[in-house]
Design a protein around this ligand. Structure first.
Ligand code: FES
Length: 134
């Protein structure tokens, strides 16, 4: 598919985000911001054992950050917390399928950062050095 079609997919996720909303009560909730622009994101998860039963996100941000959050929630639905801990920056770039400039990389990774911080907090573990760089 040409890049423009992937851009259209991202705009579609931005305009009609899948899994947008809140889960209350939930097992995992984490909130953080993109330090460069102040845009913010909340992620809410209910668990079935150590697997994601349901996941939602809310917040405000640019098309890349919101589409990335929406796509990520679809990707990790049903996955284990260990699967989430193993996810990398490259997984997000592969998911978005369009070139992301250096200035937009924090937008693209905000959702993975919030998701991982929530998982680490829930597990009572220290964040890995690799994930600290997200
Ligand atoms: Fe704020 Fe992208 S410009 S998250």
């Amino acid at each position: 598919m040409p890049d423009s079609m992937y851009s259209d997919i991202i705009l579609e996720y931005y305009r009609h985000p899948v899994n947008f909303g809140k889960l209350e009560p939930c097992d995992i909730h984490f909130h953080d911001t993109n330090p460069l622009c102040g845009d913010d994101l909340d992620i809410f998860i209910t668990l079935d054992g150590n697997k994601v039963r349901e996941i939602k996100f809310s917040g405000k941000g640019c098309a890349i950050s919101q589409a990335s959050a929406s796509m990520l929630t679809e990707t990790v639905d049903g996955k284990t917390l260990d699967d989430i801990k193993k996810m990398s920056k490259q997984d997000i770039l592969d998911m978005l399928k369009i070139p992301i400039s250096h200035t937009r990389i924090k937008c693209a990774l905000l959702s993975l950062k919030v998701l991982k911080l929530g998982v680490y907090k829930h597990l009572g573990e220290k964040i890995s050095d690799e994930d600290r760089k997200l």
